[in-house]
Ligand binder design. Structure first.
Ligand code: NDP
Length: 607
């Protein structure tokens, strides 16, 4: 071998780069073609709300249908709508600041929010429990596994509720029907489905992020003669079993799962093992990486030093937002996949190319994982996601792909078109009717729709202005939390606020800020607080500026809730999140508090 043809590392690397670049160019075309199949004019409007004919899909299957109670009349300092972790963390922070005259309201029958509703088989958290579960040091609770099941998380919510004595504050099974600000009494009046009338100085809406289920807007859903339900209202009367317990009534049933998002990835293996036949209707495949769950190492957990939890939470967010901390404490699928944050805008073409290559290689690993697990080549081809890693939430599961090797499981890929109709007997896709006994809608939740729509009530602010009117051209907020003309209304939602792989990190930062604001008003004798319109504009400009950095990436994505189903209207566009790192968003809040002057807030003093 002559010196010139020896495979030097440099030559090899160049050859690799050429190979990757050719594959990347081909992938770019494929991404474009797959996206084109899926973009639709109706965006968010393609989905059905669970009202009217569909109201039964929203019924609480876990509640006592005969539950009733007398109406309550009360006046409190703070009323929190939502008993999920956002509401709980807010009240815990308030109590720590000595503000105890608080009531909490929730439709659900207990604490837990998402984890109250989502009891579908296989439900678990895809962020590791040591990072996701809040207040572990305070409660002294050791999660049993690295990735906790929904059963465990729901029971942990109750542990937190008891530990911080939240139950006396809570009004469950209760739906807010109206919330109206009174400028004379400087109070909100909130009315509920039980005839309660509660006045409050501050109203906190912590009404949930992924809680308003949606169905595909296709004809015939109500005609179906078998049993049908949404994953977030799992019907164990139909399937048998219970959360975490084998479903023993499906052995003679042909079951359909519609959707292949993060929920379906968890549901499919459990239905596959229980049903006579399972048909999975796919519009767009999810990226599915390795999970690697396992029991908690007790000795390790006990060795953790005070302050470990906050450090781990921060370290995880750094690891999944391209901040590359010195040590990757969590070291799992998330941190591996997101280590290079390829969304970041750069004007440097060399860096931009490197980022695209890194994204491609990550997705290529995910596609090759399908090929190595799924035995039927056609099914393996159809289960491969052709889009960038930031387009949809990456899933991690070790049983989803193997489920397609079972003889009783069939993938019905619709080549981007989705299910087109439901008949009395089954599902229509690709022009074929598939008869089934049970339909499971794993079709997701409203994420970028209007806030009042998701809350289920339309707050009425100063001079009778309704939120839907003031926000008729889209949301207007400061930090997603304060809004002009809605005094003493503090919102925790994704609209114009932060966002993070670990939602609990976002919720804890929001709760901290909301509680600080309320305590500060009390301390400084502030009667009302709201955003100034100017501050709302500035905040939106800032959000837009950051979003522009990823706009190019996002518009190349296949539609999904990350990009409002590629919806283009200006109003929906204002429902955006802060698309930079959650740590940056938290930094804005922190600096705002530290400024001491509440810049951009309009306050009136108590007199
Ligand atoms: P998604 O919105 O992610 O998925 C909905 C699915 O329904 C998609 O696959 C969608 O296809 C499909 N779909 C919609 N309409 C049709 C149709 N007409 N025909 C066929 N398929 C259709 O909802 P999920 O409930 O799966 O997940 C929502 C979010 O919930 C996740 O992203 C995650 O944030 C959270 N989650 C978190 C978990 C955790 O562990 N922390 C676990 C589960 C969920 P298409 O992609 O083409 O739109």
């Amino acid at each position: 071998m002559s010196e010139s043809d020896s495979p030097t590392p440099g030559n090899g690397a160049a050859a690799d780069a050429d190979g990757v670049d050719a594959a990347l160019a081909a992938a770019r075309d494929r991404y474009k073609a797959e996206r084109a199949k899926r973009v639709r004019d109706d965006g968010n409007a393609q989905y059905e709300e669970l009202v009217g004919d569909f109201a039964d899909f929203d019924r609480d299957p876990f509640a006592d249908p005969d539950y009733t109670r007398d109406a309550v009349t009360d006046d409190v300092e703070v009323l929190v709508v939502g008993c999920g972790f956002a509401g709980m963390l807010t009240v815990i922070e308030l109590k720590a600041k000595g503000i105890d005259n608080v009531r909490m309201i929730d439709r659900a029958g207990d604490f837990g929010g998402t984890w109250y509703w989502n009891r579908y088989p296989g439900c678990m958290c895809d962020v590791e429990s040591y990072t996701y579960l809040p207040l572990l040091e305070e409660t002294g609770y050791m999660p049993t596994e690295k990735y906790a099941s929904a059963v465990e998380i729901f029971s942990y919510a109750q542990i937190v509720g008891r530990h911080f004595d939240l139950y006396p504050h809570a009004m469950f099974h209760t739906e807010v029907e109206s919330a109206v600000w009174d400028d004379d009494t400087l109070r909100w009046t909130v009315r509920t489905n039980f005839g309660d009338e509660i006045t409050a100085r501050f109203l906190v809406t912590a009404g949930g992020i992924l809680h308003k289920a949606k169905l595909p807007g296709i004809s015939g859903i109500t005609k179906f003669k078998g049993k049908a339900f949404h994953t977030s209202r799992w019907n164990y009367d139909v399937t048998g079993g219970a959360p975490g317990v084998f479903m023993d009534k499906l052995a003679d049933k042909r079951v359909a799962v519609i959707g292949t998002g993060a929920t379906a990835v968890q549901v499919v293996p459990r239905v596959a093992e229980a049903a006579k036949e399972l048909l999975v209707f796919q519009r767009t495949p999810s990226p599915v990486g390795q999970r690697n769950n396992g029991p908690t190492d007790e000795a390790w957990f006990k060795s953790l030093q005070p302050g470990w939890h906050a450090e781990r939470v921060k370290n995880f967010t750094e690891s999944v937002t391209g901040k590359k901390p010195e040590v990757d404490l969590v070291s799992d699928g998330w941190t591996h996949v997101m280590w290079d944050d390829t969304q970041t805008k750069t004007d440097d073409p060399v860096q931009a190319k490197a980022m695209e290559r890194s994204d491609f290689q990550t997705m290529e690993e995910i596609r090759q994982r399908v090929v190595s697990i799924v035995e039927d080549p056609d099914t393996a081809e159809r289960l491969q996601p052709w889009y960038g890693k930031h387009c949809k939430r990456v899933c991690f599961h070790d049983e989803y792909l193997p489920a397609f090797n079972r003889p009783n499981v069939q993938l019905v890929d619709t080549d981007g078109h989705g299910v087109t109709a439901i008949t009395e007997n089954g599902i229509v896709a690709n022009g074929i009717e598939y008869p089934v006994d049970v339909i499971v809608f794993a079709s997701g939740f409203e994420v970028t729709t209007d806030l009042e729509h998701r809350l289920g009530f339309n707050p009425v602010g100063r001079d009778g202005v309704r939120m839907s009117d003031r926000w008729s051209d889209g949301a207007r907020t400061l930090h997603g939390i304060l809004s002009a003309e809605f005094p003493n209304l503090l919102m925790i939602s994704l609209i114009q606020a932060g966002f993070g792989t670990n939602f609990l990190h976002f919720l804890s930062k929001s709760a901290e800020h909301v509680a600080w604001l309320i305590a500060m008003c009390e301390e400084r004798g502030i009667a009302t607080i709201e955003a100034t319109p100017g501050a709302e504009d500035e905040w939106y400009e800032l959000l837009l500026g950051v979003a522009m950095g990823i706009a190019g990436y996002s518009t190349r994505c296949t539609p999904g809730y990350y990009n409002s189903e590629q919806g283009r209207d200006a109003k929906t566009a204002r429902n955006l999140v802060y698309t930079g790192s959650l740590l940056e968003y938290a930094g804005f809040l922190e600096r705002w508090r530290d400024a001491g002057t509440m810049p951009g807030a309009l306050v009136t003093d108590e007199s």
